[in-house]
Design a protein around this ligand. Structure first.
Ligand code: ADP
Ligand code: ADP
Ligand code: MG
Length: 669
């Protein structure tokens, strides 16, 4: 059977990426979309697009029944689930098979076998694949698990057997903490996965995460497409991935590949899969879990093998044999992937939502997988990943250099992102040396997250010149409208009756305020900056890309204007900066807004518990609302004794960052 029409049951970059391959192969593509995604790139990337429900994933992208119905009505031969959402949902895979539609993934039995980390380990053990010392049995009473932890030796890791995406894991350093951590892990597990089975593992120190991409067909063939090193992680989530793994020997690669293939064969696997290993300092490797789907970081494997893994998935799903055998496969050069997220590294990486005022990638030297365009919105409903940047080079050094260049040439504005953090990682000497392990980011935090510093004079100068460029344009527009373009009253480019005309601008720079004074001169300005006065000229401004001279030096830079925000991207590896123009009128209005403490959501998230009602009294420190964000719970407590005057949200509501949750009146006295 061949696949002529493919429904893509996903969104974002992965849906766009799957559509790209399908279209190249002449396959008709069907997108599905939630209410939040009607205008999204993945919809525009497909031949047809069908609405499937409201924005929350459980009402749309997780509605297997609705998606299957669309597949039937649209005449789809196959459904590609991407990653996340329904990709590891055995019931959905079964329902597809029952409806006579190909599920582009493994058989439901393989998903089931690997869906529980505990059950997977029991199976894998039989295939003689090494496991991390630990307990992965079915006995679950707390006292028993604690005895297991004592036997294994601390530190131990408590893992939710049904967990995924770095969620549901607790490191326990010492026996005294075990009981409390187990209880907390169980609570989180019940809330997010509805399953409380836990496993205990020895927590390895300075380990590496090395995974093997395998591919199996329905004719009994299974190959390894080699390894990816995904050691650079934050909160057990991958940040930068690469292939091959630094320092990997040919012998060890073969051993790991064989183990991964054995694991796949043990469950009669078919399709693309990833066997994840944790590797200790001595190079010994242990099975962690198997992901029965396409992985976020699959492009690095594509880069070094020259293959298209989605194309292979479609061949295998159509019942064809693997296009190549193990001896035909080889590694060419080195590749990296960096995950660009809407998150604020300076505030513990809280996810950000909002409009991408600018999103411009370099045209060459990098593969960009993204699901958004300039002007699109990163919403609270889905993962805040903006794009993946994938580079390839003849060797690791060249690939890494290309990664740095690509990150530094990317122009993004409108919300905080991790791009500066990624660039710092890519330029870090220890990373360049290949000295990676899962604690890398923690170990080098001081270099990667330098303390906040005030904006540099260059940032302030560029923002001030961008402001003047806008004023000049406005003046020209109004002059054109007034019918007297040459009227001196419509000019702002230096013509003044008084020779020392000047203009002061106030910018908010993080917590601080900075003032730039512009003095108008015949051929430009003199700018008074914190570090002194410099002559400046604005030579061009095209869509935010400016040519200026500062202190006699001609240079280019980008300043994206987004309302009162000036996103200054000086380029040349210099850090980006948001400077917000302080508008005296708006500020006065804000000051005038009444007393009463407002409680705003510190980050986008979901209200999981409301512990008070409007009008209720709360003692200082009393928990009022519990939010879930960044996969953790955050409690908002009363700052003083007082009363909840207004309550704006209920349990289950999604909130944007900055949304007012409630209004609290402190008791007088
Ligand atoms: P990788 O990044 O290696 O592909 P992850 O385990 O990090 O694998 O998951 C990939 C994506 O799938 C993540 O973006 C995450 O949101 C999603 N995901 C994985 N497992 C789950 C799960 N159990 N529940 C919800 N989302 C998941
Ligand atoms: P998930 O389903 O969330 O991807 P994994 O079992 O793959 O869960 O583990 C995620 C990450 O947690 C790993 O990549 C690794 O960094 C860390 N980790 C998992 N097990 C261990 C362990 N036994 N010792 C140290 N780190 C571990
Ligand atoms: Mg994993």
């Amino acid at each position: 059977m061949t696949i002529r029409t493919l429904l893509i049951a996903n969104r974002g970059e992965i849906a766009c990426r799957i559509a790209r391959t399908a279209r190249r192969l002449g396959i008709r593509t069907i997108a599905v979309y939630s209410e939040a995604d009607a205008d999204s790139l993945h919809v525009a990337s497909c031949d047809e697009a069908w609405p499937i429900g409201a924005a929350p994933a459980r009402d749309s992208y997780l509605r297997g029944d609705v998606i299957l119905d669309v597949a039937k009505r649209a005449g789809a031969d196959a459904i590609h689930p991407g990653y996340g959402f329904l990709s590891e949902n055995a019931a959905f895979a079964k329902a597809c098979a029952k409806a006579g539609i190909i599920f582009v993934g493994p058989p439901a039995s393989a998903i089931e076998a690997m869906g529980s980390k505990s059950a997977a380990k029991q199976l894998i053990e039989k295939a003689r694949v090494p496991l991390v010392p630990g307990y992965h049995g079915d006995k679950q009473d707390a006292a028993f698990l604690e005895r297991q932890a004592n036997r294994i030796g601390y530190p131990v890791l408590i893992k939710d057997s049904a967990g995924g995406g770095g969620k549901g894991m607790k490191v326990v350093e010492q026996p005294a903490d075990f009981a409390a951590q187990l209880a907390s892990a169980k609570r989180e597990a019940a809330a997010s996965f509805g399953d409380e089975q836990m496993l205990i593992e020895k927590y390895l120190i300075r380990p590496r995460h090395i995974e093997i991409q395998i591919f199996a067909d329905s004719h009994g063939n299974c190959v390894s497409l080699f390894e990816r090193d995904c050691s650079v992680q934050r909160r057990h989530q991958k940040v930068i991935e690469e292939a091959p793994a630094p320092g990997m020997t040919e012998a060890r690669r073969r051993e790991m590949g064989d183990a991964a293939v054995a694991a796949a064969k043990a469950i009669s696997y078919v399709g693309a899969g990833t066997v994840e290993f944790i590797v200790d300092a001595g190079g010994d490797f242990f099975f962690m879990e198997m992901n029965t789907r396409l992985q976020v970081e699959h492009p690095v494997t594509e880069a070094i093998t020259g293959l298209d893994l989605v194309e292979w998935q479609l061949h295998v799903a159509a019942g064809e044999p693997l296009p190549l055998a193990q001896q035909d496969l080889g590694i060419n050069g080195h590749a990296f992937e960096a995950r660009l997220y809407a998150e604020d590294p300076s505030r513990d990486f809280v996810p950000q939502t909002g409009r991408l005022a600018a999103l411009r990638f370099p045209d060459a030297g990098v593969r960009i997988d993204t699901g958004v365009r300039e002007g699109d919105t990163v919403s609270v409903h889905y993962d805040p990943m903006i794009a993946k940047l994938i580079v390839h080079g003849a060797d690791r050094a060249q690939a890494l250099d290309r990664l740095s260049l690509a990150l530094e040439a990317t122009k993004i504005a409108g919300l905080a992102t991790n791009i500066g953090f990624l660039a710092a990682l890519a330029r870090h000497p220890a990373f360049a040396a290949g000295d990676v392990h899962t604690g890398f980011i923690g170990e080098h935090e001081a270099d990667l997250l330098p303390p906040a510093r005030p904006a540099e004079d260059t940032h302030l100068a560029l923002a001030a010149l961008a402001f003047m460029a806008d004023r000049k344009r406005q003046a020209e527009d109004s002059a054109a409208r007034s019918g007297d373009p040459s009227s001196p009253w419509n000019r702002v480019d230096g013509w003044r009756l008084n020779d020392d005309a000047h203009h002061s601008l106030r910018f908010r720079d993080g917590e601080d305020e900075r003032v730039v004074t512009l003095h108008f001169r015949r051929n430009g300005f003199v700018l008074d900056l914190p570090g002194g006065s410099v002559p400046a000229q604005l030579l061009a401004d095209e869509n935010g890309d400016m040519i200026v001279t500062l202190d006699g030096v001609r240079r280019t830079a980008t300043v994206i204007r987004d309302g009162l925000d000036y996103w200054v991207l000086p380029g040349a590896g210099q850090p980006n900066r948001r400077l917000s123009l302080i508008d005296p009128v708006l500020e006065a209005e804000a000051m005038a807004e009444g007393a009463g403490a407002r409680f705003t959501a510190p980050m986008p998230g979901k209200i999981v518990q409301v512990l008070i009602t409007a009008g209720a009294k709360g003692a200082k420190g009393a928990a009022l609302i519990v939010m879930e964000a960044m996969k953790m719970e955050h409690t908002i407590a009363a700052p003083a004794d007082g009363t909840v005057a207004e309550l704006h949200y209920g349990t289950g509501d999604l909130v944007e960052e900055g949304a007012e949750l409630l209004r609290f009146e402190a008791a007088k006295g």
